[in-house]
Design a protein around this ligand. Structure first.
Ligand code: FES
Length: 364
């Protein structure tokens, strides 16, 4: 581990005091392929140039934040889960389903063509299995399949897990990746099972109905993604079959109200009192003066540190970190649950210091 000090000029300095260039999370990527998945969903493949390969490494289940061209004040940005697998696919693939009346999804479905350049943030998110060797229960509906198919493909190719997927859709025609899932079952018949739930035949999924489907999997690690009512039913079902909360991982749909691509500017004439902070980030130990009125992520980004983030709104947990000592408070938290808080997790994008000194580690 090396030690860094921070200059007051918005750049960072190494031990020799040499200023280094601030790290940008946003990059231009080019669309190389667009595939129609259903009547209202497309997969968009983005090529990663050689010099950005290390910046765009990702884990199955993570997402990209994409800037959508618009004249709207405040811009438009949306998070889309990666449906590709980092284990065998070179391009980054996001799958976008039209939201009725939604600007971003319709813009992408209407305008994504090979050659289009998009501004994209490096991958984020904690909806990713710690191991691809433990058995996985994947429960999704509609476009909630996107992170789940990335996890499934990765576990089948890069791990030894047995994977059970319950996938709910309106009907067979609206099922994204229907053919690909069928091919995966054919290739991995003893390790991968897909149970389709078609509302046209079975009605809306209920907690009781899902319990009947999932009762054999109470020892699996569960990953859930889909619309809110479906998630509620699925969580009740998993609770009903006795699957501990610590083994249930949930990915929510996000709609960003702010612009995570906007520059972070901290007034240099701030008179706010500071506390001393020690931050462990990517193997480095950073000593900071942390103003009491400034969020930790803003302090780090303004000084050029490569801290993880996506929404900057307390909704995605991409910036989650652990408070090792001292106390912070979060201005907003729409993502960490009690189990996370009891482990000392906090959101860097929403944390301001409370105690005189704080020690924090980005270890998630
Ligand atoms: S960046 Fe999304 S919660 Fe902090």
């Amino acid at each position: 581990m090396t030690t860094e000090s921070v200059t007051t000029a918005g750049t960072r300095a190494d031990e020799a005091g040499v200023a280094t260039t601030p790290v940008s999370h946003a990059h231009e990527l080019t669309v190389v392929e667009v595939v129609d998945e259903t009547d209202d969903a497309v997969s968009i493949a983005l090529a990663v140039p050689d010099h950005l390969v290390s910046r765009f490494r990702y884990h199955p289940g993570q997402f990209l934040t994409i800037k959508i061209p618009t004249d709207r004040p405040g811009g438009a940005a949306r998070c889309y889960s990666l449906s590709s697998s980092p284990h065998f696919e070179n391009d980054l693939i996001v799958t976008v389903k039209r939201t009725p009346g939604g600007y971003a999804s319709n813009w992408l479905c209407d305008n994504a063509r090979p050659g289009l350049s998009l501004t994209v943030m490096t991958p984020s998110g904690n909806f990713t299995p710690k191991s691809l060797d433990g058995d996985l229960l994947l429960v999704g509906a509609g476009s909630g399949i996107t992170p789940l198919i990335s996890i499934a493909k990765s576990a089948l190719v890069g791990g030894t897990a047995t994977v059970y997927l319950l996938y709910a859709n309106r009907d067979r025609r609206s099922t994204i990746f229907g053919t690909e899932l069928h091919d995966m079952v054919t290739e991995f018949p003893t390790r991968f099972t897909v149970e389709h739930w078609f509302e046209s035949d079975q009605g809306l999924p209920t907690a009781e109905g899902l319990m009947r489907s999932l009762e054999l999997f109470s020892a699996y690690d569960a990953y859930l993604c889909g619309p809110a009512p479906f998630m509620e039913a699925a969580r009740s079902a998993l609770h009903g079959i006795g699957l501990p909360d610590a083994h249930v991982h949930v990915e929510r749909y996000r709609s960003l109200s702010g612009d995570p691509f906007a520059d972070v500017i901290i007034p240099s004439d701030t008179s706010a009192e500071t506390v001393s902070a020690t931050v462990e980030l990517a193997g480095r130990r950073i000593e900071l003066d942390w103003p009491r009125d400034t969020k930790l992520l803003d302090v780090l980004l303004s000084k050029g540190y490569d801290a993880p983030f996506s929404c900057r709104e307390g909704e995605c947990s991409a910036c989650a970190c652990t408070v090792r000592s001292g106390e912070v408070s979060m201005l907003k938290n729409d993502t960490l649950v009690d189990a996370d808080l009891s482990l000392g997790l906090t959101l860097a994008c929403q944390s301001v210091p409370v105690s005189e000194s704080v020690e924090i580690a980005f270890d998630q």
